[in-house]
Design a binder for this molecule. Sequence first.
Ligand code: HEM
Length: 458
Amino acid sequence: MTVESVKSEARPEAGGELREPPVAEGAVPLLGHGLKLARDPLAFLSGLRDHGDVVRLRLGPKTVYAVTAPALTGALALSPDYIIAGPLWESLESLLGKQGVATANGPQHRRQRRTIQPAFRLDVIPEYGPIMAEESHALVARWRSGEVLDVTAESFRVAVRVAARCLMRGSYMDARAERICTALATLFSGMYQRMVVPLGPLYRVPVRSNREFNHALADLHLLVDEIVADRRASGQKPDDLLTALLEAKDENGEPIGEQEIHDQVIAILTPGSETVGSTIMSLLLVLAEHPDLGDKIRDEVKTVVGDRPVAFEDVRKLRYTTNVVVETMRLHPAVWILTRRAVTDTRLGGYRIPEGADVIYSPYAVQRDRRSYDRHEDFDPDRWLPERAKTVPKYAMEPFSVGNRKCPSDHFSMAELTLITAAIASAYRFEQAPGSDPRPRIGITLRPRRLLLRALPR
Ligand code: HEM
């Protein structure tokens, strides 16, 4: 199976008596469920379905609605009664800007999606193929047998380079991709800290870590301005995302403003790099933990490709490799939690959801649910063979989400991840090196905490 676009099919809810969702068990006075959620969010969220398909959580004085049943997470994502809002998005706005596609709502969001969508169309993606292949092979060529790899740096580097070089083409991108990498690495760890320890004004105190964060943020904004100015000065209009943004018109047919172009570039580059980088880390962990998978990928690549380097055109035929990527995304979804806000009094699965309610769901919990998957914790790529994949309940596997906020880059990302996995597993086996800490790091995305791998020759 591939993770593909699912057609929107808004499912009208049947009428009838509305119920209040039950309050999840285990709330304590004052803090409610906050402590449990902070201590071990993955275990806490994974246990919620035992309490109901929709449950209420008490987080201090606030009530948050958690959706746990796959069908209802689909209904939520497809319903027009919810928008992108809530504390997670508010904290992200300082990085992503207020006018970017990831945080906009309503008509502005619809217009922005229309602008960016052509850059991610299925028939356009082959144009990115040579860059994806070049970067995959360059990644492998950087490594030496026996070397210990800092997998975090390596994974994010290739993710940024592919996104930046494909979506904002130009020879000038090479050096800039390195600067974008450095800036984003500092910003991602700083954002995580700001999200879990929201100390507000303390982040303005000029201590070293804050200065570094601010410097990285300023450099990222500067870089984006430089890239836009260079493209304009070059007079070139390659068929890519940047051209689409520079040519875009607003609701009145006027060119969109400089700020919006700027925010859009950041809003696309940032989630694109963070999610792909995290997934490559998880893929490398999986290859280290299950050496047999790497052997099978290597065999598949040999059969399909022969002795030449794997290329974009081979991806479609690399079924086993694709299934390893999909299974990695099931068990280690980069986007592990999603939030929405109800804009009207509404209903979900017969439960009442009041206007203004913050609603959350966790792809991690849904994709590891024993009700949806046999041997739900086992890594089994063959569960995505066509016959078996049919038995997976609808919306139980949506790492790219569905509906109007669905990731525009699902096909792009699947092609990139499959190609990178094929290239690295063909060249090396991996084992963890001393100091490696593969436990999940729960930040804006989910990924191994600190992965150090030794690359061993095949
Ligand atoms: C949105 C996942 C790669 C750009 C999303 C959403 C998910 C997601 C789940 C929906 C968020 C929501 O419903 O609130 C992933 C995963 C990726 C990936 C798992 C790779 C493993 C990328 C890449 C790009 C990208 C490579 C761009 C280069 C975006 C943008 C949005 C988005 C712009 C916002 C869409 C909107 O709000 O209309 N992604 N993504 N993503 N993704 Fe991705």
